[in-house]
Design a protein around this ligand. Structure first.
Ligand SMILES: [Zn+2]
Length: 391
C-alpha cells in the first residue's frame, strides 16, 4: 500500500495539467460582435488613473492612493448606471472594501456571473499590469455590457487585499457559499497587458518545457469544475476576437498540485465549488517588471489587453444568452450551468482539428504535456518495477 501511495504522489503533479483544446473556426454568428468595442485607448485611460503604489498594508501615501482608486472604481461603475455596493474587508487593522457594480438580470436576476480583478498592488510598484490592467478590463466590460441588460445578472467586482493573500476574494467566495448564492462563475483578470516577442522571453512552470518561445498569448485557466465556462470563453473568444492567441488550460481538481495556477482571486471560488477562470499574461513567467517600480503603463501592450477584455465581454454575452431550445429563456435561467449542460462536464481529450492545428501553440503545448506525461509514466513504471524486483 505504501508503494501505491508513493506511486500516486509521483504521478500527480504531472497529471494535474490537462490542456483542453477546442476548434477555433466555424463559430456561428452571435451577438457578441456588437460588444467588441473596447479599445486600447479606453483601457489605457483607466490604467493611467489607477497606477501608482497602492498597498492596503503600505504607508499612508499608499493607503490614500488606494482610497482614491476605490472611489474611481465606484464612480465609473455608477456612471454606467450599475447598482454599486461595498463590502468592508479588514486585514491587519486596515479596512478597504470589495466593490461590486451589479447589472441586474431581466429574467433570472438571482443568478450571477462575476467579472473581477484586484485593485490593490504591492507598495513599491505602480502596479500597472498587476493589476490596474485587470481593473481597467472590468470597468470596460461593465461599460459595454451595461447598455443592454442580460437575462441573468452580472457583478463587476474589484477585490481588495489580493496581495495580502487573496483576502477580499476569500471573503466574497465564502459569503456566497454561506448565502447559497447561485453564482454562474467568475472571470478573473490578473495581469492581462504585458507581452514579449523575443524568443525565450516566456517562462513556464517547472517541468513544462517551453511550447512557445514568445509571450504573446493570454492564458485562460480553469479547474475541472470550470470546464463549461472555459469552453464558453474559448468559443466566444475565437468568434469575437480571432486575432487573440489563447491558451486554454484545464487543471485537475482545484489545481493543488500546480500552485502557480492558484495565485489569484479565482482560487477561493474554486475552493468554494464555483466555476472560475484565471485570465492572465502569466505574470512573472513573462513580465520582468512584476512587483517592481518599473511595472508602468508605458511597458504595456494595450491592444492585447483590449482584445482580452473584448473576449471576456463576448464570453459573458454568449454564456448568458445561449438558448438551446429557442424558447426565449436563456439556458442559464433554467437548470443548466454555463455552457449549456446540466450534466458533469466531460473533459475533452483530443484535438478538434482544423487544417493546420499542429502549428498552433495549443497543439504544441498538448503534445509536449502528453510527451511529458508519457515520460513520467514510463519513469514511474520503471521505478515501480525496480522497487518490486528488489523486494
Ligand atoms: Zn495580481
Amino acid at each position: 500500500m505504501r508503494f501505491c501511495g508513493r506511486f500516486r504522489l509521483l504521478l500527480l503533479p504531472q497529471l494535474a495539467v490537462v490542456v483542453v483544446l477546442f476548434a477555433q473556426a466555424g463559430a456561428a454568428a452571435s451577438p457578441v460582435g456588437a460588444y467588441s468595442t473596447i479599445t486600447p485607448e479606453g483601457i489605457g485611460a483607466h490604467i493611467a488613473e489607477i497606477q501608482g503604489p497602492r498597498s492596503g498594508t503600505g504607508d499612508e501615501a499608499n493607503r490614500a492612493k488606494l482610497n482614491e482608486v476605490a472611489a474611481y472604481i465606484q464612480d465609473s461603475l455608477a456612471a454606467d448606471g450599475l447598482m454599486v455596493s461595498e463590502d468592508p474587508v479588514t486585514f491587519a487593522g486596515r479596512t478597504f472594501p470589495n466593490i461590486v457594480g451589479t447589472l441586474t438580470g431581466t429574467t433570472c436576476p438571482e443568478k450571477t456571473l462575476i467579472v473581477g480583478a484586484h485593485y490593490d498592488g504591492v507598495s513599491a510598484s505602480p502596479a500597472a499590469d498587476d493589476d490596474a490592467s485587470g481593473v481597467a478590463a472590468v470597468l470596460e466590460v461593465a461599460r459595454v455590457l451595461s447598455a443592454q441588460p442580460l437575462q441573468a445578472s452580472v457583478d463587476f467586482a474589484a477585490f481588495s487585499f489580493e496581495e495580502a493573500g487573496l483576502v477580499g476574494s476569500r471573503q466574497m467566495a465564502a459569503a456566497a457559499e454561506l448565502a447559497d448564492r447561485e453564482l454562474l462563475g467568475l472571470i478573473n483578470f490578473d495581469m492581462i497587458a504585458y507581452t514579449c516577442d523575443e524568443p525565450g522571453c516566456q517562462d513556464y512552470p517547472e517541468g513544462i518545457p517551453p511550447p512557445r518561445p514568445t509571450g504573446d498569448f493570454v492564458a485562460v485557466i480553469g479547474n475541472t469544475a470550470s470546464h463549461s465556462l472555459l469552453e464558453s470563453f474559448t468559443s466566444a473568444s475565437a468568434s469575437a476576437v480571432p486575432d487573440l492567441i489563447e491558451f486554454p488550460l484545464e487543471v485537475a481538481g482545484n489545481g493543488e498540485t500546480l500552485l502557480d495556477v492558484r495565485r489569484a482571486d479565482h482560487a477561493p471560488f474554486w475552493d468554494h465549488g464555483y466555476q472560475a477562470l484565471f485570465v492572465t499574461d502569466t505574470a512573472d513567467l513573462r513580465n520582468p517588471n512584476y512587483h517592481l517600480p518599473t511595472d508602468e503603463l508605458g511597458t504595456l501592450n494595450l491592444q492585447f489587453a483590449a482584445d482580452t477584455a473584448n473576449a471576456a465581454a463576448a464570453t459573458v454575452v454568449e454564456a448568458l444568452t445561449a438558448d438551446a431550445n429557442g424558447d426565449g429563456r436563456a439556458d442559464v435561467c433554467g437548470d443548466v450551468t454555463v455552457g449549456g449542460s446540466a450534466e458533469s462536464p466531460q473533459p475533452e481529450s483530443s484535438v478538434e482539428s482544423g487544417t493546420d492545428e499542429s502549428s498552433t501553440p495549443d497543439a504544441v503545448f498538448l503534445a509536449i504535456l502528453a510527451a511529458a506525461g508519457v515520460a513520467v509514466l514510463a519513469a514511474a513504471g520503471a521505478w515501480f518495477a525496480v522497487r518490486r524486483g528488489s523486494r
